[in-house]
Structure formats: structure tokens, C-alpha cells
Design a protein around this ligand. Structure first.
Ligand SMILES: C[S@@+](CC[C@H](N)C(=O)[O-])C[C@H]1O[C@@H](n2cnc3c(N)ncnc32)[C@H](O)[C@@H]1O
Length: 249
């Protein structure tokens, strides 16, 4: 199985539990709605959504701006969940890899994505592909994870000399450096509290975000217990959320 297939399978397995655990993702979706609606859009915009999940962002933004939407995700189970939550008559829904979008070029007034791009293998290339789908005057607006995410989890591993399976994420400056000229990056920290480290891991699984970095060897149960003990209880977990606003060429 490729990493991408593992990512899709993990999210598919989480389609029915996602909403109950996606606290940081819901906050990022709220902020994306603010960022998108702060600047004018056509009256009936064409919109492409990438990595829709269960439709947390779709359900918030579509009623606000209307328009013709193509709502997509890598995972067929997530596309089905979004379609059920949003309504099959409200948008088109399709399985699509956001890194290899088979959507029309130059069509969309808005390409939008909440907390999916951190799963891309090549952010710069994906942004280039998605930006090419924008109509003149359109914009690509996305949120993703930044370098400070899961700092407490990483620190506990480091203190014990263990390797953390959490993928590396870019700083705001590093993300900006990968984006085309004219792009703006904003940063926001969201903290999510869990009873303990194991509850944090359970929440990641319920979201489907439990695929480790490539090549990571899972910790033994004993090592995991040491990390959990080191973190104590309750635990506060940082989500360093980066928002990128990218104009059409
Ligand atoms: C953390 S969820 C976010 C879902 C949703 N946007 C939200 O606001 O809750 C990440 C989603 O990105 C999808 N995803 C991961 N890699 C993707 C890719 N390459 N192309 C499209 N979707 C992808 C996953 O299947 C999952 O549904």
C-alpha cells in the first residue's frame, strides 16, 4: 500500500467518528469562512473544494456564498459522508486527489481546502496544480498545519530520546517560500485539551489523522506508556494552523 492509500484508508475508517473529534479542524473551518468572506466574490461563484472530509467547511461556507460547487476528497467514504451531510442536491461530489486534480483549468472563482494540504506529498506542486484551476481574478484559500503543531507530543518524545511519528510541518515562513508571489500566510494557534496522551491518540484515530510519517517505526506499548506518563494529565495539544491566500496568476 502506498502512503497515499494508507492516508485514504485511515480517513475512510474515520468517516463516522470524524465530527465528534475534529475540534481544531472545526475552528480552522470557522476561520477559513471569515477569510474567504472578507473579500468579494462573484454573486454565484464557481467553487472547488479539496479534501472535504465530512463537509465541516462545506456546511459552513456553501450557505454563506452559494454558487456551483465541486466538493472532492481522496477518500470515497469521506465524499459519501460529505454528500450525506451537505445534501446531494447542493453540490457535485467526487473522489479526487487534490495533488492531481482532474477538474477543469481556469474555471473556479474559489478553490478552498481546510486542513487537508498537510497530507500532500509536494505542497508547492499541488498549489501550482490547484491555482491553475482558478479563473482570472479567482483565489485559492487553504489551511494546513504548521511546524508548532503537536509541540507537546514531540517534546515528550525528544525528552525520552524517542522518535516521534508526527510528520514535519513547515513554519509560516517556509510555507510562504513554497507559494507563488502575491500569496499571504496567516498563523493561528489552537489548543485542544484531552484527558491524557492516550485520549489524544484516540482523538487522532477518530479523525483518521493517525498515519505516521513515512518510514516511522511505531513505538512499543512500553515506550508509548512512558511518553504518556511524561505528558501527565490532562494534556493540552497545540495546533499551529497556517492559512494561505493565493491569488490567480
Ligand atoms: C483532517 S481532514 C479535513 C476534512 C475537512 N476539510 C474538514 O474541514 O473537516 C483531511 C481530509 O483530507 C483528505 N485528503 C488527504 N489527502 C488528500 C489528497 N491528496 N487529496 C484530497 N484529499 C485528501 C482526507 O481524506 C481527509 O478527508
Amino acid at each position: 500500500m502506498t502512503r497515499k492509500q494508507k492516508v485514504a484508508a485511515a480517513f475512510a475508517a474515520a468517516a463516522t467518528t470524524y465530527d465528534s473529534a475534529a475540534e481544531a479542524q472545526a475552528k480552522a473551518a470557522d476561520r477559513l469562512v471569515e477569510l474567504v468572506t472578507a473579500e468579494p466574490l462573484p454573486a454565484h461563484p464557481t467553487v472547488l473544494e479539496v479534501g472535504c472530509g465530512t463537509g465541516l467547511l462545506t456546511r459552513r461556507l456553501l450557505p454563506r456564498i452559494g454558487g456551483d460547487w465541486l466538493v472532492t476528497d481522496l477518500s470515497p467514504a469521506m465524499v459519501a459522508a460529505a454528500q450525506a451531510a451537505v445534501g446531494a442536491d447542493k453540490a457535485q461530489f467526487r473522489v479526487m486527489d487534490g495533488e492531481h486534480p482532474d477538474a477543469p483549468l481556469g474555471l473556479y472563482d474559489l478553490v478552498v481546502s481546510n486542513m487537508a494540504a498537510q497530507w500532500f506529498a509536494d505542497m508547492a506542486r499541488a498549489v501550482c496544480q490547484l491555482r491553475a484551476r482558478l479563473a482570472p481574478g479567482g483565489r485559492l484559500v487553504l489551511s494546513t498545519l504548521g511546524a508548532g503543531s503537536f509541540a507537546e507530543w514531540r517534546a515528550a518524545h525528544q525528552a525520552l530520546g524517542l522518535t516521534c511519528g508526527t510528520p514535519a510541518y513547515p513554519s509560516a515562513d517556509a510555507l510562504a517560500a513554497q507559494l507563488p508571489g502575491g500569496a499571504r500566510v496567516r498563523e493561528e494557534t489552537v489548543t485542544v485539551r484531552h484527558d491524557d496522551a492516550l485520549a489524544f491518540l484516540t482523538a487522532l484515530k477518530r479523525i483518521g489523522a493517525d498515519t505516521p510519517a513515512s518510514g516511522h517505526t511505531p513505538l512499543s506499548p512500553g515506550a508509548l506508556r512512558r511518553v504518556a506518563r511524561a505528558m501527565g494529565s490532562p494534556v493540552s495539544i497545540t495546533y499551529d494552523i497556517l492559512y494561505a491566500l493565493i491569488p490567480a496568476e
